[in-house]
Design a protein around this ligand. Structure first.
Ligand code: PSU
Ligand code: MN
Length: 309
């Protein structure tokens, strides 16, 4: 057992018994959505995982400890504090853990903690990626490098079009990370189902993803996977509608000199403001859909691990 890790008793019991567990991140709570929708959504996402037959484990840093599985009061504490909670990516862990601080885990650090706890599936909204203009800013999310070295599958709706999606796919390819579409061979673009970018493959059922994970366990046991699940049709915002708002948010970020870890939260908050409630409703719908799919894959994956399989 890792000396800095606390696994919630319910998740620990499920892992011990070989039952399905799904990790969830906390930066989406503190920096990805406004209060109180962030807390409502985090609790609904946990309920969606349970309904599909798995145990949720929301991950964060509390009091200098890595937490896999939070109490409802802890989720509320993070959600109310919002942007006041430090965003914790891989490079931030030594500082936050040694000073006893609170930290909201990104995709990268949620993967790290999930792997330490023995959790193979993780559901979120979108991953970080290569930012537009990265050829001069060098702004490439640590999420991509984590996917290359940590064996956790991230179920997401692709990456937001605030990023350079083509370059994001290229970096994932360079690092050997499988990006597989659920019922699609095109990278979903978060709010929109289509990006025009072809994926190397598609799979059409949770069982098919479970078999791919099992194959990866054998052939590349230290790598992650992106399970790209398009936003449900009814909640889609077409690229043509969201595009202008993204352009405006990007221009404001450049003008105001926003840099480093502040870039993603700035753009997410600005796009949400500019689209009114529409983008938030879409965001909530896709996270719930990803949570359900992650739980279904986790159920199928643990069935494959059962003795005699
Ligand atoms: N993309 C979203 N919503 C989010 C994030 C990304 O659509 O909430 C968050 C995730 O926690 C992701 C992080 O890991 O932003 C990426 O930040 P950065 O680009 O600074 O690595
Ligand atoms: Mn960055």
């Amino acid at each position: 057992m890792n000396p800095l890790l606390d696994i919630h008793p319910e998740a620990a019991a499920a892992l011990q018994a070989g039952q399905p567990v799904v990790a969830l991140e906390s930066t989406i709570i503190t920096h990805g959505m406004p209060w109180p929708q962030n807390v409502e959504t985090a609790l609904r996402v946990e309920a969606a995982v349970r309904e599909a037959g798995a145990v949720p484990a929301t991950i964060a840093i509390l009091g200098g400890r890595l937490k896999a599985g939070l109490a409802q009061a802890e989720i509320e504490q993070l959600g109310r504090a919002g942007h006041a909670v430090p965003k914790a990516s891989r490079r931030d862990l030594p500082l936050l853990l040694s000073t006893g601080a609170l930290g909201a885990t990104t995709v990268a650090t949620t993967m790290m903690v999930a792997a330490l706890a023995g959790i193979r599936l993780f559901a979120t909204g979108g991953i970080g990626g290569v930012h537009r203009g990265a050829e001069t800013s060098f702004d490439i999310s640590a999420d991509l490098l984590e996917l290359a070295r940590t064996p956790v599958a991230v179920v997401c709706a692709g990456a937001k079009a605030i990023l350079d999606l083509r370059a994001t796919l290229e970096v994932l390819e360079t690092h050997g990370v499988p990006v597989l579409g659920y019922g699609t061979d095109e990278l979903p673009a978060f709010y929109s189902r289509h990006s025009g970018l072809k994926l190397p493959g598609r799979l059409d059922s949770p069982e098919a993803f479970a078999r791919a994970l099992r194959a990866q366990d054998i052939v590349a046991p230290s790598q992650g996977m992106v399970v790209a699940n398009p936003i449900p049709q009814a909640h889609e915002i077409p690229a043509g509608v969201i595009g202008a708002h993204i352009e405006q948010a990007l221009a404001e970020a450049t003008r105001q000199g926003v840099a480093g870890a502040a870039v993603t939260p700035f753009l997410l908050a600005r796009v949400a403001e500019l689209t009114g409630g529409a983008s938030l409703a879409a965001n909530i719908a896709l996270v719930l859909s990803n949570a359900r799919l992650a739980a279904e894959v986790a159920v199928a994956y643990t069935a494959l691990q059962a003795p005699g399989q």
